[in-house]
Design a protein around this ligand. Structure first.
Ligand SMILES: Cc1cc2nc3c(=O)[nH]c(=O)nc-3n(C[C@H](O)[C@H](O)[C@H](O)COP(=O)(O)O)c2cc1C
Length: 383
């Protein structure tokens, strides 16, 4: 084994503490390889006020700041007078890692939730979503129409500003900070969506069961070559590639030390991403962060449907936003509900019958903010 091989392996191993989290870089803290927030790839995070945009543009922009699976941003928006039509762009899927577009549909729901909040903030009084995903999603990706009526001169929404601070935080969380029951209650009370439920796992015994299922899921996931490879297609190795494509995931949004980020920037190759060592590093990452999670949540629906997947995504975004407002981080973990074996095990912990669908398992806890992720230009998503 050459020295070069040893150092490559060692870096990949360290990367595991962060990569499933897709590691590195404290938001706002100086590192040698941090984001330049004046780059257009980050511009919308700074647009908390409408500044020169039409109402429809601003509402769509807020939609694009939502989370999406691997930051695929799988959406297209067709604004018309009084209505914004919402389409999923199936060419931007995770392939074998999301064969039935379950994750994509949830990402669409996340965007929809931001759009509703933005419309209320702009003063629209009557903001309603007319879902059509069950009849159209498979055909042409159409999800439904957001209708906007009766605008007054001023509006507000308590979660509007959180759209601009929300992010996925993949690091370990502070176990000394227990999540207060009234906060969990407030999150549950956000749920006004038909057929959608949240199950919380808070006690040490419940959390231990979820940690064990999550660890098993990540092992099953990395053993599935096509799922792993198709997911990795959205990993952007170099900062330049990431900021030019303005989508996908990268090491730069994690809390890995700067030298790991530099290793990705200057040394790592696509081959490394699909290596066994990198897969082991994903396992190492989950083994490290999963037990350092004070609260787990599981969003599920009574009936499996595309409309419910969108509603589930709306619920996930409500959790993200309220958590951000209260200084908490959130990280969804798809593998436990993606893999049949662990999905079955999670079902045993909830009341959902076989008709229902487990949508997203997520971690929640206190953690430092990290670097922001990139977003596509509005001209790429407005049709
Ligand atoms: C439905 C859904 C599933 C996701 N699954 C995962 C996951 O399994 N692991 C993970 O680290 N992040 C997951 N994410 C977070 C995305 O990777 C993240 O939203 C995206 O990279 C953009 O980053 P941001 O949320 O910080 O803006 C998921 C997001 C959504 C909407």
């Amino acid at each position: 084994m050459t020295n070069k091989t040893i150092s490559r392996r060692r870096f990949l191993k360290y990367t595991g503490l962060t990569l499933g989290g897709m590691a590195a870089g404290t938001y706002g803290v100086s590192t040698l390889n941090r984001a330049d927030y004046s780059d257009p790839a980050y511009t919308y995070w700074r647009h908390k006020v409408q500044s020169g945009m039409s109402d429809n543009e601003y509402i769509v922009m807020c939609g694009t700041l939502a989370p999406s699976p691997h930051n695929t941003q799988p959406w297209k928006f067709k604004p018309e007078p009084g209505v914004i039509k919402i389409f999923a762009d199936k060419s931007r899927s995770l392939g074998a890692a999301d064969p039935d577009f379950k994750l994509m549909a949830q990402g669409m729901g996340c965007a929809l939730e931001n759009m509703k909040i933005a419309a209320l903030k702009l003063g629209y009084k009557n903001v309603t979503f007319h879902p059509e995903a069950d009849s159209r999603f498979q055909k042409d990706g159409y999800c439904g129409a957001l209708k906007l009526n009766t605008k007054s001169s001023s509006g507000n929404h308590s979660l509007h500003d959180s759209i601009f601070i929300r992010q996925t935080i993949r690091s370990s969380y502070n176990m000394a900070h227990a999540i207060p029951d009234d906060f969990i209650m407030a999150l549950s009370n956000e749920n006004n969506l038909p057929d959608i439920h949240i199950k919380w796992f808070k006690s040490p015994g419940e959390r231990a069961k979820v940690v064990s299922i999550t660890k098993e899921a990540i092992r099953l996931f990395i053993d599935n070559d096509s799922m792993y490879r198709d997911g990795m297609k959205w990993f952007r190795l170099k900062r330049d590639e990431w900021e030019t494509k303005r989508d996908g995931i990268s090491i730069f949004t994690s809390n890995a030390p700067f030298y790991i980020k530099h290793w990705f920037e200057w040394v790592a190759s696509r081959q490394d991403l699909n290596s066994d060592t990198m897969k082991e590093s994903e396992v190492g990452y989950i083994d490290h962060v999963a037990p350092l999670t004070p609260l787990w949540g599981l969003i599920y629906s009574d009936v499996k449907s595309y409309n419910n997947r969108i509603y589930g995504g709306q619920m996930l975004e409500k959790v993200y936003l309220r958590a951000a407002k209260n200084g908490y981080g959130v990280c969804p973990l798809s593998q436990p509900t993606d893999m049949k074996h662990t999905d079955d095990k999670l079902r045993e912990l909830t009341e959902v019958g076989q008709k229902g669908e487990l949508l997203t398992l997520f971690r929640l806890g206190k953690a430092d903010m990290l670097e922001k992720s990139v977003r596509l230009d509005l001209s790429k998503v407005i049709i």
